[in-house]
Design a protein around this ligand. Structure first.
Ligand code: ATP
Length: 318
Protein backbone atom coordinates (compact mmCIF):
# COMPACT_ATOMS: atom_id res chain seq x y z
CA UNK A 1 0.00 0.00 0.00
CA UNK A 2 1.20 3.51 -0.80
CA UNK A 3 1.61 6.02 2.01
CA UNK A 4 -0.78 8.93 2.22
CA UNK A 5 1.64 11.73 1.53
CA UNK A 6 0.65 15.28 2.12
CA UNK A 7 3.70 16.65 0.33
CA UNK A 8 5.20 18.45 3.32
CA UNK A 9 7.61 16.90 5.77
CA UNK A 10 6.14 16.28 9.20
CA UNK A 11 9.66 16.05 10.59
CA UNK A 12 12.65 18.06 9.46
CA UNK A 13 16.17 17.46 10.73
CA UNK A 14 18.82 20.01 9.71
CA UNK A 15 22.53 19.76 10.39
CA UNK A 16 22.06 17.77 13.59
CA UNK A 17 25.26 16.54 15.21
CA UNK A 18 26.11 15.08 18.58
CA UNK A 19 29.40 14.76 20.38
CA UNK A 20 28.92 13.18 23.81
CA UNK A 21 30.69 14.57 26.89
CA UNK A 22 33.13 11.67 26.56
CA UNK A 23 34.30 13.28 23.30
CA UNK A 24 32.68 10.55 21.23
CA UNK A 25 31.17 11.90 18.02
CA UNK A 26 27.99 9.88 17.63
CA UNK A 27 26.40 11.92 14.82
CA UNK A 28 27.80 14.07 12.02
CA UNK A 29 25.65 16.77 10.45
CA UNK A 30 22.46 14.85 9.67
CA UNK A 31 19.79 16.24 7.33
CA UNK A 32 16.56 14.28 7.00
CA UNK A 33 12.95 14.96 6.03
CA UNK A 34 10.16 12.55 6.94
CA UNK A 35 6.90 12.77 5.02
CA UNK A 36 3.58 12.58 6.72
CA UNK A 37 2.09 9.08 6.66
CA UNK A 38 5.18 7.17 5.58
CA UNK A 39 7.01 4.30 7.21
CA UNK A 40 10.67 5.17 7.35
CA UNK A 41 13.31 2.66 8.40
CA UNK A 42 16.64 3.85 9.73
CA UNK A 43 18.97 0.99 9.04
CA UNK A 44 22.41 0.66 10.57
CA UNK A 45 24.70 -1.56 12.63
CA UNK A 46 25.12 -1.34 16.40
CA UNK A 47 26.56 1.97 17.47
CA UNK A 48 25.72 3.71 14.17
CA UNK A 49 23.90 6.54 15.98
CA UNK A 50 20.26 5.51 15.47
CA UNK A 51 19.20 5.79 19.11
CA UNK A 52 21.12 9.05 19.47
CA UNK A 53 19.21 10.56 16.56
CA UNK A 54 15.84 9.37 17.89
CA UNK A 55 16.64 10.60 21.38
CA UNK A 56 17.60 14.02 20.02
CA UNK A 57 14.34 14.25 18.06
CA UNK A 58 12.39 13.23 21.17
CA UNK A 59 14.17 15.80 23.36
CA UNK A 60 15.93 13.19 25.54
CA UNK A 61 19.43 14.07 24.29
CA UNK A 62 20.52 17.63 23.47
CA UNK A 63 22.12 18.04 20.04
CA UNK A 64 25.56 19.67 19.76
CA UNK A 65 24.32 21.57 16.72
CA UNK A 66 21.44 21.74 14.28
CA UNK A 67 17.68 22.20 14.41
CA UNK A 68 14.65 19.92 14.28
CA UNK A 69 11.04 20.80 13.64
CA UNK A 70 8.11 18.47 14.26
CA UNK A 71 5.03 19.59 12.36
CA UNK A 72 6.46 23.10 12.44
CA UNK A 73 7.42 23.08 16.14
CA UNK A 74 11.08 23.54 17.03
CA UNK A 75 12.15 20.72 19.39
CA UNK A 76 14.08 23.16 21.61
CA UNK A 77 12.21 26.50 21.45
CA UNK A 78 8.81 24.79 21.37
CA UNK A 79 9.76 21.52 23.04
CA UNK A 80 6.42 20.65 24.62
CA UNK A 81 4.37 21.08 21.47
CA UNK A 82 6.95 19.14 19.46
CA UNK A 83 7.09 16.27 21.96
CA UNK A 84 3.29 16.08 22.08
CA UNK A 85 3.31 15.02 18.42
CA UNK A 86 5.65 12.10 19.11
CA UNK A 87 5.21 8.67 20.63
CA UNK A 88 8.40 6.78 21.48
CA UNK A 89 8.66 3.03 21.91
CA UNK A 90 12.06 2.54 23.54
CA UNK A 91 14.25 -0.54 23.28
CA UNK A 92 14.08 -1.24 26.98
CA UNK A 93 11.04 -1.91 29.11
CA UNK A 94 10.67 0.93 31.60
CA UNK A 95 7.35 0.37 33.33
CA UNK A 96 6.09 -0.39 36.80
CA UNK A 97 5.75 -4.17 36.86
CA UNK A 98 2.96 -4.04 39.49
CA UNK A 99 0.73 -1.72 37.44
CA UNK A 100 -2.05 -3.07 35.24
CA UNK A 101 -1.97 -2.67 31.48
CA UNK A 102 -4.90 -0.24 31.55
CA UNK A 103 -3.52 1.89 34.40
CA UNK A 104 -0.05 2.24 32.87
CA UNK A 105 -1.51 3.19 29.47
CA UNK A 106 -3.84 5.79 31.01
CA UNK A 107 -0.92 7.15 33.03
CA UNK A 108 1.13 7.70 29.87
CA UNK A 109 -1.71 9.80 28.45
CA UNK A 110 -1.96 11.90 31.62
CA UNK A 111 1.80 12.56 31.54
CA UNK A 112 1.17 14.65 28.43
CA UNK A 113 -1.57 16.57 30.19
CA UNK A 114 -4.31 15.15 28.02
CA UNK A 115 -7.81 14.65 29.38
CA UNK A 116 -8.95 11.04 29.81
CA UNK A 117 -10.42 9.40 26.73
CA UNK A 118 -11.46 5.86 27.58
CA UNK A 119 -12.84 5.08 24.14
CA UNK A 120 -9.48 5.93 22.55
CA UNK A 121 -7.46 3.94 25.11
CA UNK A 122 -9.84 0.98 24.62
CA UNK A 123 -9.28 1.15 20.88
CA UNK A 124 -5.48 1.23 21.30
CA UNK A 125 -5.57 -1.82 23.57
CA UNK A 126 -7.85 -3.60 21.13
CA UNK A 127 -5.59 -2.80 18.17
CA UNK A 128 -2.68 -4.26 20.08
CA UNK A 129 -4.65 -7.39 21.08
CA UNK A 130 -4.30 -6.33 24.69
CA UNK A 131 -7.96 -5.85 25.57
CA UNK A 132 -8.28 -9.14 27.43
CA UNK A 133 -5.12 -8.26 29.37
CA UNK A 134 -6.23 -4.80 30.49
CA UNK A 135 -6.55 -5.87 34.13
CA UNK A 136 -3.35 -7.96 34.11
CA UNK A 137 -0.25 -6.74 35.90
CA UNK A 138 2.72 -6.09 33.59
CA UNK A 139 4.79 -8.67 35.46
CA UNK A 140 2.29 -11.37 34.47
CA UNK A 141 2.74 -10.76 30.75
CA UNK A 142 4.98 -12.54 28.25
CA UNK A 143 7.88 -10.64 26.65
CA UNK A 144 5.86 -10.08 23.49
CA UNK A 145 2.88 -8.72 25.39
CA UNK A 146 5.16 -6.38 27.34
CA UNK A 147 6.39 -4.97 24.05
CA UNK A 148 2.80 -4.34 23.01
CA UNK A 149 2.25 -2.46 26.28
CA UNK A 150 5.19 -0.19 25.40
CA UNK A 151 3.49 0.59 22.09
CA UNK A 152 0.14 1.23 23.82
CA UNK A 153 1.87 3.65 26.19
CA UNK A 154 3.56 5.43 23.30
CA UNK A 155 0.22 5.81 21.49
CA UNK A 156 -1.76 6.82 24.57
CA UNK A 157 -1.52 10.59 23.98
CA UNK A 158 -2.53 10.30 20.30
CA UNK A 159 0.82 11.17 18.69
CA UNK A 160 1.10 11.72 14.96
CA UNK A 161 4.58 10.23 14.71
CA UNK A 162 5.56 6.92 16.27
CA UNK A 163 9.19 6.02 16.82
CA UNK A 164 10.00 2.36 17.25
CA UNK A 165 13.56 1.76 18.40
CA UNK A 166 14.55 -1.77 17.33
CA UNK A 167 10.96 -3.05 17.62
CA UNK A 168 11.78 -6.68 16.99
CA UNK A 169 15.24 -7.10 18.50
CA UNK A 170 15.23 -10.38 20.39
CA UNK A 171 11.62 -11.32 19.62
CA UNK A 172 10.50 -14.56 18.00
CA UNK A 173 9.48 -14.82 14.36
CA UNK A 174 5.75 -14.88 15.12
CA UNK A 175 5.86 -11.72 17.18
CA UNK A 176 8.04 -10.06 14.58
CA UNK A 177 5.39 -10.73 11.92
CA UNK A 178 2.66 -9.47 14.28
CA UNK A 179 4.66 -6.29 14.81
CA UNK A 180 4.97 -5.78 11.08
CA UNK A 181 1.21 -6.15 10.65
CA UNK A 182 0.59 -3.76 13.49
CA UNK A 183 2.88 -1.13 11.98
CA UNK A 184 1.00 -1.34 8.69
CA UNK A 185 -2.34 -0.99 10.48
CA UNK A 186 -1.14 2.09 12.34
CA UNK A 187 0.03 3.65 9.13
CA UNK A 188 -3.34 3.00 7.50
CA UNK A 189 -4.81 5.18 10.24
CA UNK A 190 -2.46 7.99 9.24
CA UNK A 191 0.35 7.59 11.81
CA UNK A 192 3.83 8.36 10.51
CA UNK A 193 6.23 5.64 11.60
CA UNK A 194 9.98 5.78 12.01
CA UNK A 195 11.72 2.64 13.08
CA UNK A 196 15.31 1.72 13.63
CA UNK A 197 16.60 -1.70 12.80
CA UNK A 198 19.69 -3.58 11.94
CA UNK A 199 17.78 -6.22 10.04
CA UNK A 200 17.65 -5.52 6.33
CA UNK A 201 14.74 -7.96 6.13
CA UNK A 202 12.75 -5.76 8.47
CA UNK A 203 13.38 -2.63 6.42
CA UNK A 204 12.49 -4.60 3.32
CA UNK A 205 9.23 -5.84 4.78
CA UNK A 206 7.99 -2.66 6.36
CA UNK A 207 9.41 0.54 4.99
CA UNK A 208 8.36 2.92 2.22
CA UNK A 209 11.76 4.59 2.44
CA UNK A 210 15.02 3.54 4.00
CA UNK A 211 17.87 5.60 5.40
CA UNK A 212 21.21 3.89 5.89
CA UNK A 213 23.32 5.21 8.76
CA UNK A 214 26.84 4.22 9.70
CA UNK A 215 29.26 5.84 12.13
CA UNK A 216 26.95 8.79 12.66
CA UNK A 217 26.66 9.55 8.97
CA UNK A 218 23.48 9.17 6.93
CA UNK A 219 24.92 7.46 3.89
CA UNK A 220 21.76 7.49 1.80
CA UNK A 221 18.00 7.89 1.90
CA UNK A 222 16.05 6.12 -0.79
CA UNK A 223 12.72 4.55 -1.73
CA UNK A 224 12.81 0.97 -0.55
CA UNK A 225 12.13 -0.55 -3.94
CA UNK A 226 15.09 1.28 -5.51
CA UNK A 227 17.36 0.37 -2.62
CA UNK A 228 16.48 -3.30 -2.65
CA UNK A 229 17.16 -3.41 -6.35
CA UNK A 230 20.54 -1.84 -5.82
CA UNK A 231 21.48 -3.89 -2.80
CA UNK A 232 19.76 -7.16 -3.44
CA UNK A 233 22.71 -9.07 -4.80
CA UNK A 234 23.00 -12.79 -4.33
CA UNK A 235 25.98 -15.04 -4.67
CA UNK A 236 26.31 -18.71 -5.42
CA UNK A 237 29.58 -20.43 -4.71
CA UNK A 238 30.32 -23.58 -6.68
CA UNK A 239 33.00 -25.78 -5.09
CA UNK A 240 34.92 -27.37 -7.97
CA UNK A 241 36.36 -30.87 -7.97
CA UNK A 242 39.38 -29.69 -10.01
CA UNK A 243 40.68 -26.11 -9.50
CA UNK A 244 40.23 -23.82 -12.50
CA UNK A 245 42.80 -21.30 -13.76
CA UNK A 246 40.78 -19.51 -16.43
CA UNK A 247 37.01 -19.15 -16.79
CA UNK A 248 36.09 -20.78 -20.15
CA UNK A 249 34.62 -18.49 -22.83
CA UNK A 250 31.41 -20.58 -22.87
CA UNK A 251 30.66 -19.18 -19.39
CA UNK A 252 31.12 -15.53 -20.37
CA UNK A 253 27.42 -14.69 -20.18
CA UNK A 254 27.26 -15.24 -16.42
CA UNK A 255 28.95 -12.87 -13.99
CA UNK A 256 31.56 -15.27 -12.62
CA UNK A 257 34.77 -14.94 -10.65
CA UNK A 258 37.31 -17.41 -9.35
CA UNK A 259 37.85 -17.55 -5.61
CA UNK A 260 39.99 -19.56 -3.23
CA UNK A 261 42.80 -20.10 -5.78
CA UNK A 262 40.43 -21.46 -8.37
CA UNK A 263 38.74 -23.97 -6.09
CA UNK A 264 35.48 -22.04 -6.14
CA UNK A 265 33.56 -20.42 -8.94
CA UNK A 266 31.43 -17.52 -7.70
CA UNK A 267 28.28 -16.46 -9.55
CA UNK A 268 26.84 -13.04 -8.60
CA UNK A 269 23.27 -12.31 -9.64
CA UNK A 270 20.34 -10.01 -8.96
CA UNK A 271 18.18 -11.32 -6.13
CA UNK A 272 15.11 -9.53 -7.50
CA UNK A 273 15.37 -10.97 -11.01
CA UNK A 274 12.69 -13.43 -12.08
CA UNK A 275 15.24 -15.68 -13.74
CA UNK A 276 18.43 -16.34 -11.83
CA UNK A 277 20.28 -18.05 -14.66
CA UNK A 278 21.32 -20.86 -12.31
CA UNK A 279 19.75 -23.85 -14.14
CA UNK A 280 21.35 -22.89 -17.47
CA UNK A 281 24.70 -22.24 -15.76
CA UNK A 282 24.63 -25.69 -14.15
CA UNK A 283 23.66 -27.31 -17.47
CA UNK A 284 26.54 -25.55 -19.22
CA UNK A 285 28.98 -26.69 -16.51
CA UNK A 286 27.79 -30.28 -17.10
CA UNK A 287 28.20 -29.89 -20.89
CA UNK A 288 31.77 -28.68 -20.31
CA UNK A 289 32.47 -31.61 -17.97
CA UNK A 290 33.25 -29.25 -15.10
CA UNK A 291 32.49 -31.28 -11.98
CA UNK A 292 31.52 -29.68 -8.68
CA UNK A 293 31.02 -31.10 -5.22
CA UNK A 294 28.96 -28.44 -3.46
CA UNK A 295 26.79 -25.37 -3.99
CA UNK A 296 26.24 -22.60 -1.53
CA UNK A 297 24.11 -19.49 -2.01
CA UNK A 298 24.05 -16.37 0.12
CA UNK A 299 22.34 -13.00 0.10
CA UNK A 300 24.44 -9.86 0.37
CA UNK A 301 24.54 -9.12 4.06
CA UNK A 302 24.06 -5.75 5.64
CA UNK A 303 27.76 -5.86 6.32
CA UNK A 304 28.53 -6.17 2.57
CA UNK A 305 26.08 -3.39 1.83
CA UNK A 306 27.80 -1.03 4.24
CA UNK A 307 31.19 -1.90 2.86
CA UNK A 308 29.92 -1.18 -0.67
CA UNK A 309 28.24 2.06 0.35
CA UNK A 310 31.24 3.34 2.26
CA UNK A 311 33.53 2.46 -0.66
CA UNK A 312 31.18 4.20 -3.11
CA UNK A 313 31.10 7.32 -0.89
CA UNK A 314 34.89 7.40 -0.78
CA UNK A 315 35.09 7.14 -4.56
CA UNK A 316 32.55 9.95 -4.86
CA UNK A 317 34.61 12.15 -2.55
CA UNK A 318 37.89 11.41 -4.38
N1 ATP B 1 25.66 8.84 26.74
C1 ATP B 1 26.65 8.48 25.95
N2 ATP B 1 27.92 8.88 26.19
C2 ATP B 1 28.93 8.54 25.37
N3 ATP B 1 28.79 7.79 24.25
C3 ATP B 1 27.56 7.37 23.95
C4 ATP B 1 26.42 7.69 24.77
N4 ATP B 1 25.33 7.14 24.20
C5 ATP B 1 25.75 6.50 23.08
N5 ATP B 1 27.09 6.64 22.93
C6 ATP B 1 27.91 6.12 21.83
O1 ATP B 1 27.47 6.73 20.63
C7 ATP B 1 27.48 5.78 19.55
C8 ATP B 1 26.11 5.69 18.91
O2 ATP B 1 25.23 5.06 19.84
P1 ATP B 1 23.69 4.79 19.53
O3 ATP B 1 23.10 4.15 20.76
O4 ATP B 1 23.09 6.03 19.03
O5 ATP B 1 23.80 3.73 18.36
P2 ATP B 1 22.70 2.80 17.72
O6 ATP B 1 22.86 2.92 16.26
O7 ATP B 1 21.37 3.11 18.29
O8 ATP B 1 23.16 1.38 18.17
P3 ATP B 1 22.35 0.21 18.90
O9 ATP B 1 21.66 -0.50 17.81
O10 ATP B 1 23.46 -0.58 19.50
O11 ATP B 1 21.45 0.85 19.91
C9 ATP B 1 27.97 4.47 20.15
O12 ATP B 1 29.36 4.36 19.88
C10 ATP B 1 27.71 4.62 21.62
O13 ATP B 1 28.64 3.89 22.38
Amino acid sequence: MQPILSGHPILSVRGVSKTYASGHKALGAVDLDINQGEIFALLGPNGAGKTTLINIICGIVTPSSGTITVDGHDTIADARAARMKIGLVPQELSVDMFETVLATTRYSRRLFGRAGHDAYIDQVLKDLSLDDKRKSKIMELSGGMKRRVLIAKALAHEPEILFLDEPTAGVDVELRRDMWKLVHRLRERGTTIILTTHYIEEAEEMADRVGVINKGELLLVEEKAALMKKLGKREMDIALVEPMTVIPGELARWQLSLEDEGHRLRYTFDAQAERTGIPSLLRTLADLNIAFKDLDTSKSSLEDIFVDLVAAKREEAA
